[in-house]
Design a protein around this ligand. Structure first.
Ligand code: GLU
Length: 309
């Protein structure tokens, strides 16, 4: 057993006994059905070793973690033109805030708040049918994770489609400023479905390897993206990956990370590891409560914070 295996097991044991596990998201009704006691962790290091513990092989709804991968795809398609539609500043607002969008004339603060991710999805969708765009996103995830079995949870997608009134408001608002190119329904349909991709901690940690390996996929040795782009996506994850909890996450964990309301967090230790934790209970900023605590313990025990010991 390596030190990493020991630390990962130790943390999963500690999390099993934590009394306050946060609140499972219920605004997407299907997400509320998840067992709040679940906890999984998976770490893939630079040598390709995989350390897992707890429910690391149980698929969960990746939700906003998909935004890291749609951003990567969209940058590949349209390059820096993407930044005409979306900013790069932390929002300091909740993930689904409408008010900021009005002040800023339909240009969302960053690609990880919902409005920003909807704008990014719209860029991927252009010149395609929704099912083609979605197929491309899903195949990208399967390729990165080296696992063709990854699918979309159609019940979660349908549940969000029925209840996603705020996201519909955000999309309509952007459309009114001429900031979406495609019909609102199409863009939202693709957005809801990529948020509903179901993956385990192990699969998602595999998919994140290119961000820990300066843009290249260790399975093939080929570049997924250029190193500078990987560096910049990591920078956005650090500053914007946890909505209005991004400062607290950087302070406590010290790694680029992206959370989802399904309770997952993807964190990247550049040059060292791709890490995923999953615990469905959220804190008041919509980020996994135990996920953040587990990552804080992992980075301090492994000495992995990008800011030093
Ligand atoms: N699909 C979710 C929504 O748009 C994603 C939010 C999240 O994971 O933070 O509300």
């Amino acid at each position: 057993m390596s030190k990493l295996d020991d630390v990962v097991k130790e943390i999963a044991d500690e999390m099993r006994h934590m009394p306050d596990r946060g609140e499972v998201a219920s605004y997407i009704p299907e997400l509320a059905r998840v067992d709040p006691k679940s906890f999984g962790i998976a770490v893939v290091d630079a040598e390709g070793n995989v350390a897992v513990a707890g429910d690391a092989d149980t698929p969960f709804s990746i939700q906003s973690i998909s935004k890291v991968f749609t951003l990567t795809l969209a940058l590949g398609k349209v390059g820096d033109r993407l930044w005409d539609r979306v900013g790069r500043e932390p929002s300091g607002s909740p993930f689904n805030s409408v008010v900021q969008l009005e002040y800023e004339k339909g240009i969302p603060r960053n690609p990880f708040i919902n409005a920003g991710a909807i704008a990014v999805t719209d860029l991927i969708l252009s010149n395609h049918l929704p099912r083609e765009a979605l197929g491309e996103i899903l195949r990208f995830m399967q390729f990165l994770a080296d696992d063709p079995t990854i699918t979309i949870d159609q019940q979660v997608a349908a549940s969000e489609h029925r209840t996603g009134f705020r996201n519909a408001a955000l999309a309509n608002y952007m459309k009114s400023f001429g900031m979406l190119d495609n019909p609102v329904d199409f863009t939202l349909g693709v957005y809801f479905h990529h948020c509903a991709i179901a993956m385990s901690c192990r699969q998602l940690a595999m998919a994140g390897r290119f961000l820990a390996q300066f843009g290249s996929n260790p399975s093939t040795g080929y570049a997924v993206i250029q190193p500078e782009r990987a560096r910049r996506i990591n920078a956005l994850m650090l500053t914007c990956g946890h909505y209005d909890g991004s400062g607290e996450f950087a302070y406590r964990v010290g790694l680029p990370g992206k959370s989802g309301v399904g309770g997952g967090i993807l964190a990247i230790a550049p040059g060292k590891a791709s890490i995923v934790v999953w615990s469905p209970g959220l804190d008041k900023t919509g980020n996994s409560r135990l996920g953040r605590i587990a990552l804080e313990r992992l980075t301090s025990r492994m000495g992995w914070s990008i800011f030093g010991a």
